[in-house]
Write a protein that binds this ligand. Structure first.
Ligand SMILES: Cc1ncc(COP(=O)(O)O)c(C=O)c1O
Length: 397
């Protein structure tokens, strides 16, 4: 930014305090660097390397050909809400009414923002883990709330303990935000630990927002849906989506599920800011729920093969990596190099053309780690490991 435009921004206070409170995403910076480089292997972006299965895309294409291009109901196409309710019933045995308790959104991103704006008052505290997905604290700040971090560590496989959450509860605490399987660590939470969190939430009358966008991406363990636990229905907002499981990141479609008073409040904000989730994306999501299951199974098997290769490879080259049981991220420690995670990521990119994301982008407890997304080809993973081995050999202390 030129000196003059910075001055006029300051003089006229053009940018709101709310926006100023947000720090730029630590991930974006790396992608800007990467954009001008050739021959880079990216373990950076958190999205599937698959294109959306064609039959899913085709359903949307055909709907466009038929002229199906208008707004939908604010809540989303009734058939999609009904299929989502059916899916949740079949998968987790939970009952939500598609007419009032399910809202289709522009990805989990929008659902997260709506949830915060619907339940957080200025100054309210929202408890979350450190490290955490980059949008979690940002959405709380935008809702004028205060994010409160509960440290997690590799020692506990990056799972959060209910007692640690409870230790951070104050008079101002409004909600607990959890996201398992987790970005950036790949951690999953067992049922008992989630039950313990449910107990704490009930005891303190807190809402739990459970971001389960990676629910379908687990390896050798069953995902427990937080909303399926006994007695939590009234104080849970479940967020889910299509981006990761069906390789549909660009379609921008997700959902929020909660008791009707909460969904009604979220829908009010959604109707004034978004109107309705993209119509072709909703049509594609209908197809995904009807016929996409074999695709999910096939992609998850493939991610699992890649997961095993990358986790073993990282450990072999001297970057200790706990076994992630979900999502598509490995989160190795890089402390043996003596570098910060940002130095490591920048040097690795410049010297070996491998892009990873510094753990510090996800919170203070991410320092000393880097996030490696393995939703990329096995050939690329193997080449990246070769380059990283050379790099670690050079800098290992
Ligand atoms: C944990 C987590 N939640 C939410 C999102 C946003 O997903 P969507 O594409 O549905 O907006 C992401 C995307 O990376 C994520 O990792």
């Amino acid at each position: 930014m030129s000196g003059q435009s910075r001055q006029s921004l300051e003089k006229y206070k053009i940018i709101s305090e709310r926006a100023n409170r947000l720090s730029p995403s630590g991930i974006r910076k790396f992608f800007d660097l990467l954009a001008n480089m050739e021959g880079v292997i990216s373990l950076g972006v958190g999205e599937p390397d698959y294109a959306t299965p064609w039959h899913i895309s085709e359903a949307a294409v055909k709907s466009l050909e038929r002229g199906y291009t208008m707004y939908t109901s604010n809540s989303g196409i009734p058939e999609l809400r009904e299929l989502t309710a059916k899916y949740l019933k079949e998968k987790y045995d939970i009952d939500y009414n598609p007419y009032g308790e399910i809202l289709m959104t522009v990805g989990v991103s929008e659902a997260l923002d709506l949830a915060m704006r619907a339940i957080v008052n200025p100054g309210d505290e929202v408890i979350m883990t450190d490290p955490h997905y980059v949008a979690y604290d940002a959405c709380v700040i935008l809702a004028e709330g205060k994010p409160v971090m509960v440290p997690t560590s590799q020692k506990n496989s990056f799972e959060v303990e209910a007692k640690d959450i409870e230790a951070h509860i104050t008079k101002k605490t409004r909600a607990i935000l959890i996201g398992y399987p987790a970005n950036p660590t790949g951690a999953v939470m067992g049922k008992q630990k989630l039950l313990d969190i449910a107990e704490v939430a009930k005891r303190h009358h807190l809402t739990v927002i459970s971001d389960e966008i990676y629910a379908r991406l687990t390896y050798g363990v069953e995902h427990t849906c937080f909303a399926s636990l006994p007695g939590v229905r009234e104080n849970t907002i479940l967020l889910g989506g299509f981006s990761k499981a069906y390789a549909m990141t660009g379609w921008r479609i997700g959902y929020a599920v909660a008791p009707k008073e909460i969904i009604a409040a979220m829908t009010k904000i959604h109707q004034y800011t978004i109107m309705s989730a993209p119509t072709p994306a909703q049509v594609a999501a209908i197809e995904a729920l009807k016929t996409g299951e074999p695709d999910v199974v096939e992609m998850v098997e493939d991610y699992n093969r890649r997961r095993l290769v990358i986790v073993k490879g990282l450990n072999d080259i001297g970057l200790p990596c706990f076994e992630p049981k979900g999502a598509f991220y490995a989160f190795p420690s890089i402390t043996c190099t003596g570098m910060t995670s940002e130095e490591f990521s920048e040097k690795l990119l410049m010297e070996e053309k491998v892009a990873v994301v510094p753990g510090s982008a996800f919170g203070q407890c991410g320092e000393g780690y880097v996030r490696c997304c393995y939703a990329t080809s096995l050939a690329d993973i193997e080449e990246a490991l070769t380059r990283m081995k050379r790099f670690v050999k050079k800098y290992k202390k």
